[in-house]
Design a protein around this ligand. Sequence first.
Ligand code: VTB
Length: 340
Amino acid sequence: MSAPKTLPPDSRIERDLLGDFVQVVEQAAIASARTMGQGDADASDQAAVQAMRHAFEAVEMAGTIVIGEGERDEAPMLYIGEPVGAPAPAGVEYPKVSIAVDPLEGTNLCASGTPNAMVVLAASEPGGLLHAPDCYMDKIIAGPACRDALDIDAPVKYNLKAIAHCLDRQVKDLVIMVLDRPRHQDLITQIRQAGARIRLIPDGDLSAGIAAAVRGAAVDAVFGTGGAPEGVLTAAALRCLSGEMVARLRVDTPELEARVERMGIKDPRRVYTARDLAPGNEIIFAACGVTEGALLHGVRFFGDGCRTHTLAMTYRSRQVRFLDTVHMFQEPGRRGVRLY
Ligand code: VTB
């Protein structure tokens, strides 16, 4: 009988770390949910960042933040390049992990108690997530049926027809999600003229992108310009869901051009697919709802505990889990679990 093969640490990411990352997003969601509706977006963000940073300390990994709260000089915690994870005992090698976080996607949504705020994390082996600059990104996102059908340089009408064709529908039946921003006025007009239906969202093109890749979520595609870091996180989720995405950085100032070059991006006009943005062989994507949403429930407190709703997905092992968890704040045995 041959000896059992030991996988190298970097190919054990999905197997060993999924449960830990679920805890990380849940702790951040619980902390930020306590600030819901208080009208202070910064305080909501800070609560999520601190809880996430704290929860990372218990994870047995040699993690590095590749997408986070900003550059080192502008963010004290979860800055780009920050090492995270528990210190390894002598002689033990923890897996090296690249981590992209959006500790509170939709800070304004949380601060105003509006749907769809969530905590998001993606992880991969080193090199598995693009180090995207904090700039805008043009994006078109759709579900697995639209494989290779999207063209970011084509007219809006063309892409809508292609999506309708892939989904075996008519353009007038499509629902397109667009961030409600003045920069999208022309895009909105073009979608309307083509005859498709639109859902305008105040924030959160990340959760919209995930919804577009999930059947039955009542959205067929996301069009428009949103954050590039959110774009990489969306791509990590789409790899797990086999969704489609085409995207391009919006590099429109000389300063940004210089920054993008410094980050090692050779062609700032490059068209990226989900695989280009999140090329990892091992990918974990975890998101926990903060406020109630279309994809995930928000955090519900009940005095001696709370209940969270988390989406946890892996790429290589092809698993999509929705986790409904009761967290008890009391010591064990003091009170029972109430499932409501
Ligand atoms: C989007 C959206 C985010 O930022 O990426 C957006 O998904 C882009 O920035 O929820 P603007 O607000 O400047 O349009 C958020 O709204 C916030 O991170």
